[in-house]
Structures are given as structure tokens and as C-alpha cells.
Design a protein around this ligand. Structure first.
Ligand code: EPZ
Length: 421
């Protein structure tokens, strides 16, 4: 297994281009199942999770063509509405094919995703919504089997805010008979990007970005072209890397618009951020102080502080001035990066879903292990400021969600290299 070797101490400077959003691209790739006409996408990130999803769609009979960031999908030959365990177990987001397959084919057989490192990750809300729309659903032998000659519009209420739950049900509702209302809907920008793509395919959706989304079903969707939004979590990750290293960098192809909660906290920590937007270009410049002030955070659904930025903020608080309180309210086991950061000399105390992080003068390089996608990112940030060398093992986690991170960080002056196993 590959590892990353980082020599700490470099202040990041220069410019970096932000890729398309993984968590927008994944549901939008699944939206191609809803139409027999081609969907053409641009700004699709080159990530392992994207590759996995394209493989899954191809084996269902979708014709996939990829040229770098451009992907075209033609589901006219869709003939196998099944998502097998072998692929689903490597990427939970495969559950996002369930709604579209059921809506387009009237049937679907999708492996239960199972849990992952950060939590049990149930999909009961996805199933509850499909049942309310008239589907027959059985869960047996590790598979969800669903049937519905035609889904019917319904008023849905999710017990908690669920991003992919909202996305699955919104896609299923596009071809249902009548109107569907999703209450307590997720408001994440990725949900809005999916809705914009679906509308360009002829769907009738209003309210995306609010907690009440209305979808009026239509008989079919047509082909379209769509550009994937920038990845706000990659953006936040590079902002944190600059913050930790007293850096001064510009991030191109992204904006602060989707990251107000993160930008506020970075400013509280002492950073200066300048957003620039022209009709053809948007960017963020961040200038960090010599030493950050500790900032406390509490994760919650958008627009509050995103759980996907929690690990990165734990890392910057490890070298900030003061003590930060970090509360994780979304997932039940999303502090696994803490023990790895402690190996680097961090002062972190965990009490349930709360972490108390007291900044130290310097972290010391060590060998650490990535446990999940965003935990890996926090270890990269810590390695950038640790004294000496930090070796990060199991970086396949990182490759799922960050495009060539060592190339992008290296271009900003980081001393970082990938060592093939
Ligand atoms: C999405 O996961 C993201 N993944 C996650 O990003 C992100 O952390 C999460 O939303 C929260 O923002 C994608 O978009 C592909 P949820 P999702 O359903 O949809 C519980 C990353 O790093 N829940 O919003 O799976 C669930 O257990 C990944 O890119 C149920 O109980 O998350 C959790 O506690 C990690 N039953 C909470 O709701 C359900 O049916 C929120 O989960 C669904 C969810």
C-alpha cells in the first residue's frame, strides 16, 4: 500500500486549482440512469470513488466515455438494475443508484452499503421514503430489493437531515406520478447542484437548498450537459493547510460562497481571506498569521460547520494558541484521527463526541495511519507542520476524495512525496 512522506516546516505559497466536487459528482453520475438520452458532464474530478461509480454504472449497461474531467453517460442500454456487494462495499455512495433505478426500470437490487470507519451509516430513511412512494421493498441476504411499476408522489419527512437520502428520494421523485414534497431536506450545495442538473434534464424541482423540496413528476427526462460545482471540502482542506503553515495561497476555481461557516472560523483563528469573483473566474486568497488562535467548532448540517471539515480543524488546532472544543454531532465515530495526531505529539482529550484540543509549540514527525478520507487529510495537514518526517500509511483512503494531493501540495512548496509500496 502506498504511503506519503512529508517533511514539515514549509510555509505554503502560490496557487492551486480546486477540482470538481466528489459529493456533487457522485449523485449526478447516478442521475444519468433517469434518462435514455446522454448526460454530458464537465469538471468531474479524477478520483477513485468516481472511477468506482463509473464501473458500477457501466456494468448496469450504461455507456460511459471519459476524457479527463469530461464524462458522458448514455443509459439508453440500461439492462441490469443491480449494484453488487463487491462494488458497493468499496463505496457507500453506490446507494445513490437505488432511487434512479427504481424510477427508470421499476425495479432495483442494491447491496446494503454496510457501515464504514466513521459510523454505522444506515439507509433506513432512503427505504422509508421509497416505501411512502409506493415501492415494495425487501431487505434480505444483504441486499435491498425494490419494485414499483411507477412510484407515486408523496409527502416525505426524513427523521434526520440526510444528504444522500435527500438526493436519492429527489431523483426517484422526478419520474413519479404526481408531486413529492421532501420535508427536513438536506440543504447542502451538492443537493442544489444535483437539482440544477436534474432540472436541465427536464425535471420539475423547486426549493432545493431549503429544507422543503417540491418535485413534480414527469414522464421522462431528456439529455443535458452540466458542469460539476467546485469541491468545497477540498477548498476547505487547502485553506486549513495554508492556515496551519502560516501560508499565503490563492485557490482558483472555487469560492467562499459554500463555506461561510468554515471561513468565519478561519477568520476567528486569525486568517485573512479575500474572495475574488469575475464573470469568468472565481478564487480565494488566504493569508495566515504566524500562529493561529484556537477555534472551537460544532458540526451540523449545512449551512452550519460541515462534519467533513472537522478532522482538518482538529489538525490546525493542534498547533494553535489555546484550547479548542470540537463537537461532532453527525457521525458517532469520527475522531479516529485523534489518536494518530497524538502520535505526532498533539494534546487531545476525547470525551464522547467532544474533543478538547490544546495547541502545542511543535508537533514531531512520526509514522501514522490513515483511517478514513477526511482523517487522512488531517494527517497531511499535521505532517506539514510537524518537525522532521511524517509517514502516512494506507493513503488509499486519501485517493478516494483528493485528486493528486501530493502534486497540488508540492506545487505550493510542501515537501511531500508518494512512496509506492
Ligand atoms: C454525505 O454522506 C456525504 N457523502 C458525507 O461525506 C458527509 O459526511 C455526510 O453527507 C454529511 O454531510 C456523500 O455525499 C457521498 P447523511 P451521507 O445521510 O449522505 C444518519 C466524505 O467525506 N442517517 O447525511 O451518507 C447517518 O448515520 C463523506 O466525502 C440515518 O440514520 O450522510 C448520519 O449520522 C463522508 N439513516 C446522519 O444521518 C439514513 O437513512 C447524516 O448522514 C441516512 C442517514
Amino acid at each position: 500500500m502506498d504511503k506519503l512522506v512529508i517533511t514539515g516546516g514549509a510555509r505554503l505559497s502560490g496557487e492551486v486549482s480546486i477540482s470538481g466536487a466528489k459529493n456533487a459528482a457522485l449523485p449526478i453520475l447516478c442521475a444519468s440512469l433517469l434518462s435514455s438520452e446522454p448526460l454530458t458532464l464537465t469538471n468531474v474530478p479524477c478520483l477513485n470513488d468516481i472511477g468506482t461509480m463509473l464501473k458500477l454504472l457501466a456494468q448496469m449497461g450504461v455507456k460511459v466515455e471519459r476524457d479527463g474531467e469530461n464524462v458522458s453517460l448514455d443509459a439508453s442500454g440500461l439492462n441490469n438494475p443491480e449494484a453488487p456487494y463487491e462494488l458497493v462495499k468499496t463505496m457507500r455512495a453506490s446507494i445513490l443508484v437505488l432511487g434512479p433505478l427504481l424510477a427508470r426500470c421499476g425495479e432495483a437490487r442494491v447491496s446494503l452499503p454496510g457501515g464504514c470507519a466513521i459510523g454505522a451509516r444506515p439507509v433506513d430513511q432512503h427505504i422509508k421514503g421509497l416505501l411512502a412512494m409506493g415501492a415494495e421493498v425487501a431487505v434480505e441476504h444483504g441486499y435491498i430489493t425494490a419494485k414499483a411499476p411507477r412510484l407515486r408522489g408523496a409527502r416525505l419527512f426524513t427523521d434526520m437531515v440526510t444528504v444522500t437520502g435527500t438526493e436519492n428520494l429527489m431523483m426517484a421523485a422526478c419520474l413519479a406520478d404526481g408531486e413529492t414534497v421532501i420535508e427536513n431536506a438536506a440543504r447542502e450545495p451538492e443537493v442544489v447542484d444535483l437539482a440544477q442538473c436534474l432540472v436541465s434534464m427536464g425535471a420539475q424541482i423547486s426549493g432545493a437548498g431549503t429544507d422543503l423540496i417540491r418535485i413534480r413528476g414527469v414522464d421522462r427526462l431528456h439529455g443535458a450537459s452540466h458542469r460539476i460545482m467546485p469541491d468545497r471540502i477540498e477548498t476547505g482542506t487547502f485553506l486549513c493547510a495554508a492556515a496551519a503553515t502560516s501560508g499565503d495561497i490563492r485557490l482558483n476555481g472555487t469560492s467562499t460562497g459554500y463555506l461561510d461557516a468554515v471561513v468565519d472560523k478561519l477568520m476567528d483563528a486569525g486568517c485573512e481571506l479575500i474572495g475574488e469573483k469575475t464573470p469568468r473566474h472565481e478564487s480565494i486568497r488566504i493569508m495566515a498569521p504566524a500562529r493561529l488562535k484556537a477555534v472551537s467548532i460544532r458540526t451540523a448540517p449545512y449551512p452550519a460547520f460541515p462534519t467533513d471539515m472537522q478532522a482538518q480543524f482538529m489538525a490546525i488546532n493542534c498547533v494553535a494558541d489555546g484550547t479548542a472544543v470540537i463537537r461532532e454531532t453527525i457521525f458517532e465515530n469520527r475522531f479516529m484521527h485523534a489518536v494518530e495526531l497524538q502520535r505526532l505529539g498533539a494534546d487531545i482529550k476525547i470525551d464522547g463526541n467532544t474533543a478538547f484540543v490544546t495547541g502545542v509549540e511543535r508537533l514531531q514527525g512520526a509514522t501514522v495511519m490513515a483511517t478514513d478520507l477526511r482523517a487522512s487529510a488531517s494527517l497531511v495537514i499535521a505532517g506539514l507542520v510537524a518537525e522532521g518526517e511524517t509517514h502516512i500509511e494506507r493513503i488509499y483512503h486519501l485517493d478516494r476524495g483528493y485528486e493528486q494531493i501530493e502534486r497540488k501540495m508540492g506545487a505550493l512548496g510542501a515537501k511531500i512525496r508518494r512512496e509506492k509500496a
